[in-house]
Design a protein around this ligand. Structure first.
Ligand SMILES: *Cc1c(COP(=O)(O)O)cnc(C)c1O
Length: 396
């Protein structure tokens, strides 16, 4: 037998983490890595946060799981906190980001179909978006590498250029149900929507009675320096998907909606066995205890500015390698002049620092939100050693 025990869908590298210590990971072979990837924007409290560990331990001893057939004091309390912190009036808990986007897509379609507008099923999405790996969420993205082998796609998605408001306006037709968009594209390369674009989409939704769905699975939960990125654009969505950081490493997500948007999500319309179980709620509670604090978020913005400032100064030393630095909060992209994967591998294998590549030749810098200046110093030291020693030939 030559297939690996883990279905071979990931190009796994030689780092094999077995333990986490705050902002570092320790590999099976004893090597210690500075983790500025955070499990792709997940471990926002680092790897050994006492509050998160304590909450999960306590919940494990008390009650891990019950069916959604029963009342949920744990779920109601966390939903209420999210409602108070955001635009939302109601919440559906999921186990992943893709499921949160699935629920958002279903909520938008159900909004129209609930009142008999069955023809309004099409969502307009944007090129280089990433919404997950289920059939609906790959259908929502134009990326052919995710479609290959899985055709036919689900019908009802149309892809336009990101940040092109005129195209969005022109694309609205009788079948349009709404827009699905990341306010800051993560996998696409930390590409930030313009204020004009998101405000324009909001106005189009109001004018044509369409649903504005924001996918904040990566940009949310403090990553971009506000609890949700949309707060920085002067708009609110009708529906929002959140996951990744919201459990701090515990697998959980959520679909948030206004009362109006959720009018089709009636009894029997949707479900999930694990969704919102007490274990997951304990994790979200511990994360929100830290991240929903305005002082903490101000600190994330300040740390992001310091890190971006230092990166901007630094990249000028290697004009053949680096092009620019962009981002919000600790959601940072370094745009390279080369394909970034070999450089990410070089930083990892030769300088023990973890980052993630993205589209548009970008290296994503996604540290835990709890870093301090010593971690920024360590990152800059390792990055500058990596840039000094980088030989473009050594392709990993
Ligand atoms: C990661 C991501 C998803 C998918 O989340 P999973 O938990 O991997 O299913 C969806 N949307 C965005 C914007 C993401 O970054």
């Amino acid at each position: 037998m030559s297939i690996t025990p883990l279905m071979p869908v990931y190009p796994r590298c030689g780092v094999r983490p077995v333990r986490g210590e705050h902002c570092h990971l320790i590999s099976e072979d004893g090597r210690r890595f500075l983790d500025f990837a955070s499990g792709i924007a997940v471990n926002l409290l680092g790897h050994s946060h006492a509050g998160l560990i304590g909450a999960i331990q306590k919940q494990a001893e008390t009650l891990m799981h019950v069916s959604n057939l029963y009342g949920s004091p744990q779920g109601e309390a966390i939903a209420q906190r999210l409602i108070e912190l955001t635009f939302a009036d109601t919440v559906f808990f999921t186990n992943s980001g893709a499921e949160a986007v699935e629920c958002a897509i279903k909520t938008a379609r159900a909004y129209h179909q609930h009142v008999g507008n069955d023809h309004k099923y099409e969502l307009i999405t944007f090129k280089n978006a990433f919404h997950g790996r289920t059939m609906a969420t790959i259908s929502a993205s134009n990326q052919e590498k995710m479609h290959k082998g899985f055709l036919p796609l689900l019908a009802g998605f149309k892809y336009l250029e990101f940040n092109d408001l005129e195209a969005a306006k022109a694309a609205i037709g009788p079948n349009t149900a709404g827009f699905l968009v990341e306010p800051i594209q993560g996998e696409g390369g930390i590409r930030i929507a313009s204020n004009e674009f998101l405000q324009g989409l909001r106005a189009l939704c109001d004018e044509h009675d369409l649903m504005l769905i924001l996918d904040e699975v990566q940009s949310g939960v403090g990553r971009a320096g506000t609890l949700y990125a949309y707060e920085q654009f002067g708009i609110a969505p009708d529906i929002l998907s959140t996951a990744k950081g919201i459990g701090g490493g515990f697998p959980v997500g959520a679909c948030l909606a206004t009362e109006k948007a959720a009018r089709g999500m009636v009894i029997g319309a949707h479900g999930s066995t694990y969704g919102g179980n007490p274990f997951a709620m304990a994790a979200i509670g511990a994360v929100l205890d830290v991240v929903s604090d305005e002082g903490f978020l101000a600190d994330v913005r300040a740390k992001g500015e310091r890190l971006r400032g230092r990166l901007e100064q630094f990249i000028g030393n290697y004009p053949e390698l680096f092009e620019s630095v962009h981002g919000r909060g600790l959601f940072i992209g370094i745009k390279l002049k080369i394909e970034p994967r070999a450089f990410v591998a070089h930083m990892r294998d030769n300088h023990q620092v973890l980052t993630v590549s993205a589209g548009d030749n970008v290296v994503r810098v996604l540290p835990p939100l709890v870093i301090d200046d010593s971690h920024i110093d360590e990152f800059m030291d390792r990055l500058s050693a990596a840039a000094a020693s980088y030989q473009p030939e050594e392709v990993a």
